[in-house]
Design a protein around this ligand. Structure first.
Ligand code: E4P
Length: 217
């Protein structure tokens, strides 16, 4: 499974990249706002900085909601760097834009996926990736991971190339559940990626080994 980091924070991206296991980055308008990016030039420059840190897909989201606007924005974003993936919301105009970009060979990530039907539509339009938001589904008292299983199953039935990018990950357990369900990618906060490393028995075992090592050092 590929690991993406879900942030626009350059320090966090660098920290995850330094682990050597980072495959890509996802951002969204809320994450960009959180790090104080304002204005088109600053946004474009920020994506460039992210692409300089990580050699892998970097999702950059359009904010237009009409076909022409999404195409205009998406083309500008795709110009920044070959690793940019144009992130497009799951709406009617978005599907048209995804189809348009897929015929041009521009990669897309269809975001805000909350049902298998939406994921099917995005794959039919030629989306490179779909982003089911499992944490937000859990928040509304449904089981987000079940959606990952459903989409993986449907894509398998028909051989769709669209990658399942599990998003809105809230914990290390979510990552493991998505791996079990067959997600191609999980995009995670840094805390969840680092959380995967932890186990109290590892800490206890290491402390014991280091203690015993003193006996023969
Ligand atoms: C996905 O690409 C989104 O940026 C993200 O995972 C949303 O997560 P949230 O529900 O924690 O905002």
């Amino acid at each position: 499974m590929k690991f993406f980091i879900d942030t626009a924070d350059l320090e966090q991206i660098k920290e995850a990249a330094a682990l050597g296991i980072l495959d890509g980055v996802t951002t969204n308008p809320s994450l960009m706002a959180k790090v104080g990016i304002k204005g088109t030039d600053a946004v474009m420059n920020h994506y460039k900085l992210i692409c300089d840190i990580v050699d892998g897909p970097v999702s950059a989201e359009v904010i237009s909601t009409d076909f022409a606007g999404m195409v205009r924005e998406g083309e500008m974003l795709a110009e920044i760097h070959p690793n940019i993936v144009v992130k497009i919301p799951m709406i009617k105009e978005g599907i048209k834009a995804i189809k348009h970009f897929s015929t041009l060979g521009i990669k897309t990530n269809c975001t805000l996926i909350f049902s298998a039907g939406q994921a099917l539509m995005a794959a039919k339009a030629g989306a490179t990736m779909v982003s089911p938001f499992i944490g937000r589904i859990d928040d509304s008292n449904w089981e987000g991971v079940q959606l990952i299983e459903q989409i993986v199953n449907i894509y398998g039935n028909y051989g769709y190339d669209t990658e399942v990018l599990a998003a809105s990950i809230r914990s290390p357990l979510h990552i493991v559940q998505c791996a079990e369900a067959g997600a191609d990618i999980a995009t995670c906060p840094l805390s969840s990626i680092l959380g995967l490393l932890k186990h109290p028995l590892t800490d206890i075992g290491l402390a014991q080994f280091l203690e015993d090592a003193k006996k023969f050092a």
